[in-house]
Design a protein around this ligand. Structure first.
Ligand SMILES: Cc1cc2nc3c(=O)[nH]c(=O)nc-3n(C[C@H](O)[C@H](O)[C@H](O)COP(=O)(O)O)c2cc1C
Ligand code: SF4
Length: 351
């Protein structure tokens, strides 16, 4: 492993290797406040040796949840519990960012908002029509993100990641198939997120890291590259490249491309920017991670389900041990209540 276990820095944040545990909501709280299980979970992940953890999508507004058991950062009272997560992770020598999130039309709210009156077919087959946001709604939501970042800084996080992909609110603004507004937030879809970034810079010190998880195909790779460049120009500190608005993407990637489409997008974007780029999706072994770093030139690899199966993934990879493998079940059990993961069961049986 020539590159995977080399150090890297984003501003003053030092990573001991190129492995990041990306955000993964797995529940435990009913009211958005941190539960002991959340703290324990992050402590274990930090003990597993990654260079960085990005905390799960944490809501900036109680009306913006994607799931009922999501963590929140919408009021100052939540800072105390979040500090406990930060301290537990820092004690293990690992930095931590927090992903801040609003679900928009794909959330569980009975009256979800959206940049336009977009029709979205929910997980249960229900068709939901988003309430088109007024300019007041837009300003208020932007302030929710800015306040959330201020709270994140107070809680001691090393940075924030704006959740700007996977069909959630920022992705809804960026994707022209969803955002049909005819005002400045439609003509200039990146305006919503750039104003959030500017607002965060006013309430946090300049060394505080602010990055984004961005869709590489929003809806096309050309738009993904465009948004990446615009955000770099406006001072974003890193780009964590994943998928865009899931049902509104146009992905034209050669079938014989070696890695997943999301990794392809990260590699394409890395060629166009100078800031750190993260790649994610289907990175199932340290060998694949190393190949991706080598061949795409991205700076960091995200290992998501690998760390759900084996909390000690990075240490095991470093020591040449079995890290476990995701079995790509038709429905990942970590999204539901039971959390009986076949990959984890197999890994524990073999180790
Ligand atoms: C249980 C679960 C929860 C997730 N929650 C989030 C989330 O909060 N924010 C996010 O950006 N992605 C989320 N993801 C996506 C992962 O961060 C990652 O992009 C995806 O699992 C692909 O990476 P992998 O192939 O290494 O698992 C979640 C994935 C899983 C399995
Ligand atoms: S439940 Fe299946 S898809 Fe999800 S992490 Fe486990 S093995 Fe992978």
């Amino acid at each position: 492993m020539k590159k995977l276990f080399t150090e890297f820095s984003i501003k003053n944040v030092k990573m001991k290797n190129r492995i990041c545990v990306p955000p993964m909501v797995v529940g435990f709280t009913d009211d958005g406040y941190v539960a002991n299980e959340n703290i324990e979970r992050y402590k274990k992940l930090a003990q597993g040796g990654p260079g960085l953890i990005i905390q799960e999508a944490t809501c900036v507004n109680s009306g913006g949840k994607l799931l009922g058991n999501q963590l929140g950062i919408w009021e100052d009272g939540q800072i105390e519990g979040l500090k406990n997560i930060v301290n537990a992770v820092h004690q293990e020598g690992c930095p931590i960012f927090i992903q801040i999130h609003h679900a928009g039309v794909v959330g569980i709210s009975k009256e979800p908002i959206c940049p336009s009156a977009y029709e979205y077919k929910n997980y249960d087959g229900r068709v939901v029509v988003g309430k088109k946001m007024t300019i007041e709604d837009i300003k208020s939501l932007q302030n929710d993100f800015i306040d959330a970042a201020r709270r994140a800084y107070s809680a001691g996080y090393d940075g924030v990641e704006l959740h700007g992909c996977h069909a959630y609110l920022i992705s809804q603004f960026l994707n022209k198939k969803v955002n049909k507004r005819t005002d400045e937030y439609g003509e200039n879809p990146e305006k919503f997120v750039i104003e959030i970034l500017e607002g965060i810079r006013k309430v946090t010190p300049k060394e505080f890291v602010v990055g984004i998880r961005l869709g590489g195909f929003e809806p096309t790779i050309e738009y993904g590259i465009h948004y990446a460049k615009v955000l770099e120009k406006n001072g974003i500190d890193f780009l964590d490249i994943s998928y865009g608005f899931m049902s509104e993407q146009e992905m034209h990637v050669n079938e014989d491309y070696k890695f997943t489409n999301a990794v392809y997008a990260a590699g394409k974007i890395k060629k166009e920017v100078l800031i750190p780029v993260f790649a994610v999706n289907g990175i199932k072994s340290a060998e694949i991670a190393e190949e991706i770093l080598d061949e795409t030139n991205v700076d960091i690899v995200d290992i998501a389900k690998g760390f759900l199966i084996n909390n000690n993934w990075a240490n095991d990879a470093k020591n040449g041990k079995d890290t476990g493998k995701c079995l790509d079940c038709a429905k990942c059990m970590w999204f539901g209540q039971s959390k009986v993961c076949a990959g984890k069961v197999l890994f524990e049986r073999n180790n």
